[in-house]
Every structure is written in C-alpha cells, then in structure tokens.
Design a protein around this ligand. Structure first.
Ligand code: NCD
Length: 309
C-alpha cells in the first residue's frame, strides 16, 4: 500500500486509510526499535534535510533519530545560524540546499502555510514539522498511536478531550482532523478566549469551558501548552489564575472517581496547565508519546520515500 500524497503537509489532506497505513507501519518500526540492532537500510542513499526556522527540542531530535535509524544521510539547518539572518528568503535557502541533491525536506516554520508554499515550488518530498498555528501532523500521528496503545485498540467512538490553548495550537488542529477522521468523539476545553468561536460548526467537535466536566466525560485528555509567544495581548488574567481554573491537579484527578489518561506534546509549563505530580503520575503517557514519535516519523519518511521509487 502507498500513501495518497507525495508530501505530509497536514492531516487535513490524509485519508483515513493513509492514517491507518502510517500507524500500522509505525507499529512495525516500533518492533525494530526494540531490537539490539535498531538500524535498518530502508533510506540508504536518501538525503534528508531538517530545516528548522523555529525552535524545537523533541521534534528535531526525533526526526534526526528516525532518519538515522533508517540509514538516511542527514543534514541539519537552524535559521539562527544561517544566511536567513542576512536576509535570504526561505525559497532561496531551500533551493540552494536542494541543488546539492537533497531528496526530502523536514520543515518547521513560524509562518502557517510555509510547507504548502514550498511544495508548490520544489520537487523534493516535504514533511511539515509544525507550521505556525496551522498543523503539526507527525505530532497528531504519534498522539494517535499512543492513544491506541493506551486504550488497547481503535479510537472509533472513543472520547478524547483536547484541553488548553486551542486557538494557538497546531497540535490541537492536527489532533482534531485526525481524531474525527478515525471516528473519535472530540471535546475541546479551556477558557473561552483560547477557543475559536466557530470551531464546533467548522470541525464537528464539542466545546466545554469546564475542565472537571470534560475530564469526567473523556477517556483521554490531551493537555496543551499555553502558547504565550503567540499571544499579542493577554487572553487570561494570570498564569496562576489559569492554573486554578483550567490546570489539572492531582486533587482534581482524584475527585473524578475514574481514570483518565493524561497526554501532553511538550514542552510542559509545569504548574500551569499540568501540575508536576500529574505530569509525572501513573496516568501520564507523556514519555511514551516521545518514544512513539521516532517510530511514527520513521514510518512517514519510509512511506514518502517509497512513493517516489
Ligand atoms: C509542540 C509544537 O511545537 O507545536 N511541541 C512539540 O512539537 N512537541 C507544542 C508546543 O510547542 O506547545
């Protein structure tokens, strides 16, 4: 089976079959990663450049590790150490790199739509590693794999809450596309100022401003970071008050009388959206998410490279 697309620009463009293929392939790579020899030759002679125009820890390392486990040749680019600071455009930067015979581009950029723009102008396969407040498809895929593992099977009919700064989160949008395509029920929850007004009509999700009710309803809570760097003006009174009204504490979890799986894409603002004893608690699968990230990215790289051949 092959993907229906040459690039991974967003979950929006994937069919449910594409998503299934990526998750099943990732599961196979997860098995490979348990072996003493974790490296496979699948991407030998394929050159991948990781173009990061915006800060990243997990995603950049995860992609690099996935590429190396697949035996690809890997180049790393960070805009702060490049000619971008001398005024070079993104397209010029990329075309210069591609003229050195690079096959695949992993792009993170603060502008929404940057990978879609690039896809119109270059022939290499592009993987979106996060574009502004638009999408972060590999995060949603690794979230889905982690959710399936936590619930022991299909997400069809499962109740998933996405909690926090929905407005500025590319993880939220990619999760919403993916979860609804796989038939899950989705509720977004947080302060009214951090939830887009017509999200319910546009995406078929429920909206709640009450965290306790949302936790009582859901099987899994995917909790998101407050993206202060994307807020031009304050959208709530203070981090302390955010934590009191919308943060998840041990006391709150214990008052539910049921188990809720806790997820977070990282980086966590400890004591804001999640208290430390919840982030590190037995309900949390945050580090499994990071582990699954490598297998999911291996699957995406492998499937896109395979389409070309
Ligand atoms: C997310 C991102 O960069 O969009 N982090 C990540 O990739 N693990 C979420 C965030 O920054 O809050």
């Amino acid at each position: 089976m092959k993907l229906s697309t040459n690039h991974l620009l967003g979950i929006k463009d994937l069919t449910p079959q594409d998503i299934r293929l990526i998750l099943d392939t990732a599961q196979q790579f997860k098995e490979v990663l348990q072996r003493p020899v974790k490296k496979v030759p699948s991407l030998r002679d394929v050159t991948v450049v990781n173009l990061f125009f915006e800060n990243s820890t997990r995603t950049r390392i995860s992609f690099e590790l996935a590429e190396k486990r697949l035996s690809a040749d890997v180049l790393n680019f960070t805009s702060s150490a490049s000619s971008v600071s001398k005024g070079e455009t993104m397209l010029d930067t990329v075309n210069n790199i591609l003229s050195m015979k690079v096959d695949m581009v992993v792009l993170r950029h603060s502008a929404s739509g940057a990978p879609h723009f690039l896809a119109k102008h270059i022939s290499a396969a592009i993987i979106n590693a996060g574009d502004g407040i638009n999408e972060h498809p590999t995060q949603a895929l690794l979230d889905a794999l982690s959710m399936e593992e936590a619930l022991g099977g299909s997400l069809n009919g499962k109740k998933i809450a996405i909690i926090g700064d929905i407005m500025h989160s590319r993880v939220a949008l990619s999760n919403i596309y993916l979860l609804t395509k796989l038939g899950a029920e989705v509720t977004v929850a947080g302060p009214p100022t951090l939830i887009p007004k017509y999200i319910s009509e546009a995406f078929g999700v429920k909206v709640s401003y009450n965290i306790k009710e949302t936790l009582q309803w859901c099987d899994i809570a995917n909790v998101l970071r407050i993206q202060l760097e994307r807020q031009n003006q304050p959208l709530f009174s203070s981090l302390r008050e955010y934590n009191l009204a919308y943060g998840i504490s041990r006391k709150l979890l214990e008052s539910l009388g049921k188990k809720v799986v806790i997820m977070h894409p990282g980086p966590i603002n400890r004591g804001v959206e999640l208290d430390s004893d919840v982030a590190d608690g037995h309900e949390s699968i945050i580090l499994q998410q990071v582990e699954n990230g490598v297998a999911v990215r291996m699957a995406v790289l492998y499937l896109l490279a395979n389409r070309e051949s």
